[in-house]
Design a protein around this ligand. Structure first.
Ligand SMILES: *[C@@H]1O[C@H](CO)[C@@H](O)[C@H](O)[C@H]1NC(C)=O
Ligand SMILES: *[C@@H]1O[C@H](CO)[C@@H](O)[C@H](O)[C@H]1NC(C)=O
Ligand SMILES: *[C@@H]1O[C@H](CO)[C@@H](O)[C@H](O)[C@H]1NC(C)=O
Ligand SMILES: *[C@@H]1O[C@H](CO)[C@@H](O)[C@H](O)[C@H]1NC(C)=O
Ligand SMILES: *[C@@H]1O[C@H](CO)[C@@H](O)[C@H](O)[C@H]1NC(C)=O
Ligand SMILES: *[C@@H]1O[C@H](CO)[C@@H](O)[C@H](O)[C@H]1NC(C)=O
Length: 371
């Protein structure tokens, strides 16, 4: 290489470096402009979810594009195999691998799978959908409902399933009204016209999250007194002295002990952090139009905002793409491993309708005997 070529090359390299650096700076400022308005809520939502999120896709880590026929779109649902339905129901989709139309189609199908199943089970149990008037009569039925009037959606809050994130999201796009605290006249039009939505989560994952929150991290003092009761009743294998000592602090309730407390008495199951959400959230009475899951939250939120025609929805990133759900299944196994099988069965039987109605099973723990 002669000296001239070398000089030319050096110049070129410098130029390239300058260009890429400028591009980088521009990108940064574009990003901060783009997300300026939603910057705070984005961050908050992302952070909360990263701490709170349950478990990941527990069947197939990633939907294979080929399985779902994105090349030649199969519009006839009869050709969806059982695995495809289950995969679509519970696993995140790699949206970048398919066209927008195909993605929309899969999202519609996913909703159909979920709402069909809910409606079928409600019918089997002879539970009819309530009319808005019937919903109005019993105020308790409205306890979990929040409305956003700008986009005409009313959603039912499931505690420990990103509930705060959804409340923040809707607050930021037009506000929230709790139906429990407004008059019947104010509720009625909402109950008549709004889209009804709910977001759920694997029952065991939600249960574990409640346990960790209340009995490991101790976010709320109130649960220390419940912890005391649990140790008093269910820690039988230690001396009285040891038990009294443990009760003083009440900071080491075991998952197994907590489960015993739950299975022993229906009264203990009423707490909103670990009650049955299919009945507490009135799935049969309300018949949700939209059922989202934490396991597929990115797609579900995106699709919901699309259906609601939320303006600037692309700027509302509910979760950053880098948040993945791998490893969560291991966490579940790690904790539930210590719980005896008979006790686990009892726990399952308490939540079995949440499992059935929302398409979850015990395979997540490696127990296939339930499915
Ligand atoms: C469904 O699958 C069958 C058998 O593979 C095939 O003959 C049929 O064309 C498929 N239907 C659609 C709508 O693709
Ligand atoms: C898949 O779900 C759709 C929508 O609920 C349903 O129509 C179809 O029968 C399901 N397919 C199988 C194989 O269960
Ligand atoms: C629902 O009603 C039908 C007909 O009245 C009855 O045969 C069936 O046992 C009922 N199912 C339940 C779960 O109560
Ligand atoms: C919400 O409902 C009201 C009353 O039915 C209607 O006037 C309004 O256009 C709706 N808004 C949207 C975004 O659909
Ligand atoms: C009580 O302790 C004994 C001996 O350590 C052990 O075999 C047994 O499984 C324990 N029982 C419970 C309920 O933990
Ligand atoms: C499970 O039990 C073992 C033995 O008692 C204990 O060392 C471990 O910390 C427990 N795991 C969890 C997640 O509680």
């Amino acid at each position: 290489m002669d000296r001239r070529t070398y000089e030319e090359l050096k110049k070129l390299l410098l130029l390239l470096l300058t260009i890429s650096f400028t591009g980088f700076v521009c990108q940064i400022s574009m990003v901060s402009q783009k997300y300026g308005k939603y910057g705070n809520i984005m961050q908050r939502i992302t952070l909360n979810l990263r701490e709170d999120y349950g478990h990941g896709p527990y069947r197939v880590p990633k939907v294979k594009t080929a399985d779902l026929g994105t090349e030649s779109l199969v519009m006839d649902l009869t050709n969806f195999s059982k695995t495809s339905n289950e995969t679509l129901d519970n696993s995140p989709i790699d949206r970048k691998s398919m066209s927008w139309e195909n993605w929309l189609y899969l999202m519609e199908t996913r909703q159909m799978i979920r709402t069909d199943r809910m409606n079928r089970l409600c019918t089997e149990m002879n539970r009819t959908k309530y009319t808005p008037d019937e919903l109005l009569v019993r105020k308790g039925l409205r306890a979990t409902l929040y409305s956003n009037d700008r986009y005409n959606i009313t959603f039912s809050v499931v505690k420990k399933a990103a509930s705060n994130n959804f409340q923040n999201l809707f607050k930021s796009i037009g506000g929230l009204t709790r139906l429990y605290s407004v008059s019947e006249e104010m509720c009625k039009p909402r109950l008549e016209t709004h889209t009804r939505a709910v977001f759920v989560r694997h029952p065991l994952s939600r249960f574990l999250s409640a346990y960790i929150d209340k009995f490991v991290l101790h976010h709320i003092d109130h649960f220390l007194s419940i912890g005391r009761i649990i140790i008093d009743y269910y820690r039988r294998n230690v001396t009285r002295r040891e038990r009294l000592k443990a009760m003083k602090k009440a900071d080491d309730v075991k998952l197994e002990e907590f489960i015993q407390y739950i299975v022993k008495s229906p009264k203990h199951r009423r707490n909103t952090h670990w009650n049955n959400y299919w009945s507490h959230n009135r799935a049969c009475e309300l018949r949700f139009d939209f059922i989202g899951k934490l396991e597929t939250i990115q797609d579900d939120v995106r699709f919901m905002l699309y259906k609601l025609k939320v303006e600037n929805r692309d700027n509302i990133e509910f979760l950053k793409p880098y948040v993945t759900y791998h490893g969560k299944q291991e966490k579940l196994r790690k904790y539930y491993k210590n719980v005896s099988l008979p006790l686990l069965r009892q726990l399952y039987s308490i939540y079995h309708m949440d499992f059935k109605m929302f398409g979850y099973d015990m395979e997540i723990l490696g127990h296939e005997i339930w499915s």
